[in-house]
Design a protein around this ligand. Sequence first.
Ligand code: ATR
Length: 266
Amino acid sequence: MYINLGLIGSPLNHTFSPFIHNYFLYKSSLCGGYTCYDISIEELEETIMMFQKFHFKGVNVTVPYKQEVMQFCSELDITAKSIGAVNTLHFTDNGIIGHNTDIFGFYMMLETSGINTLNKKVLLLGAGGASRAVIPYLLMNKPEYFLIANRTLEKAEDLSLLYEDDIDICRPDDLQGLEFDIVINTTSMGVNGEPYTDYGFKIKEAAVDMIYRPQMTSFLSLYSKDNIKLVNGLAMLIYQAAGSFNIWTGCDIIPDMEYFYKAVYK
Ligand code: ATR
């Protein structure tokens, strides 16, 4: 049976997902294909109906439709509910199930880098969509101290309210002179290679960025001379894809990260 997979979002010019999933299909000896649909919001419903009509098995969802697609799901799994966004649609006989594998991707990114937030001082930079995958991980691996810094303070406040615990919030300008064990960048600053603002805080153990291009991102380059772990977002991208692929096909992929590092950076 041919396995139809795809991606919806906009823009999709720089997506790496077809490369990843077509490789997963090949590695699993499955016959199928993964294609991109750069659509407008007006085309969303008809595109999802088209997926059903042509018996698609699964579709990834990226910005700006991760929330919009939820209305078309007959069921949301616990990860999609806890994040409030769907990145994976699974077309089943019981309807469309919405999942979110970003939490798994983030978890695996830290796990494979030997980073654990348990009892550490952790700073989360940003309070947009990308920050949502960090929250469930921190619920499991509770830091000793947790601070969210965001340019728009109200968004940091909304995010902090997802926790039962008290979480401090501040603006990035208030971070001058502070010290953290682990800092996680989820802002989009640096996504086009522009420099990251140095807010003057120190990092003792690890700088983690959700951006993965270039390999040394603008945020990570600020700490390249410090003796700390520098982790970009490629592992998160690959592992969230492996999570989606597992939901659609039942195949448990162990991604060959060496292969992907070479493919993306060499
Ligand atoms: P995403 O879904 O990628 O997280 P988003 O929801 O638009 O995108 O969030 C982008 C995040 O990057 C936000 O936290 C944003 O801060 P604001 O909430 O104040 O907008 C942050 N961000 C983007 N550009 C920034 C910049 N130049 N300086 C500081 N923060 C920035």
